[in-house]
Design a protein around this ligand. Sequence first.
Ligand SMILES: [Zn+2]
Length: 278
Amino acid sequence: MAGKTYPKPKSPQEYLVQGCDRPWEVEIAPFRVSPNVYYVGNNWVGGYLIRTDEGLMLIDTTMHAQIYLLLESIRQLGFDPRDIKMILVTHGHYDHHGGVRPIAEYTGAKVFFPKEDEYMLTEQPELQFTLGYACGEFEIDEYYADNKPITLGHVTVHTVHTPGHTAGTTSMFIEDRDENGKSFVVGLHGGVGLGSVTDAYFEEYGQPKSLQDDYLASLHKLRGRKVDIAVALHPSHLGMFEKIGEDRLDFTPFHDPSVWEAFIDHRIKLFEDMKAAS
Ligand SMILES: [Zn+2]
């Protein structure tokens, strides 16, 4: 981390301010999580780069002010960011889509976005939580559909609509394989934060409270999936940084088929605790 340590923010809002005002303070070197999937985000919010034999895919972009870190991470791994052919956005919050505009313009990549979150870009932009930071409008090229996997080269991403955190939150399951043909499913929940499913949030922003039921139903929907390697949009949710080995390209510390279910169960418990306390 550039050999320096910085004060750790105490809330998502503080993280956002730090990450936008002083992005160098959230820098983290990239690392590999599966044969062809790399973490290229920062120490607060993730971006996942998928290498295929027909170019690169990027899941989430981090924030506008942070894209120089993301592009630098991609180059450090030996890839050319201009080979990004597709940008997949998990949901309509700024920390995930804030870099779409410049990256799409730079690469000409096709932008995938959840249809149910489009109103956050148009009718209710306050729901993106940009806190006034630069964003930039972008065109959506395609919406997700559960029955329409996204394929580039030898890699396929299955998307699953998992509303709750936002109406369009989309989880992703990447079918990856190593050079010997051994396959690995990488699982990524599209948004687990509870801040946008509280009673107070629904009241303040006029969102339907049914999203709470959706949140829980989505977790149950994902629970039984077979996932070899679980990763998170906010890596701290899975203690990912503690797992990085000396060789940052060694993905084996992340290969643990028991992690996914434990993660989902933990999120169910956190949600139920929140409900019980309200
Ligand atoms: Zn979010």
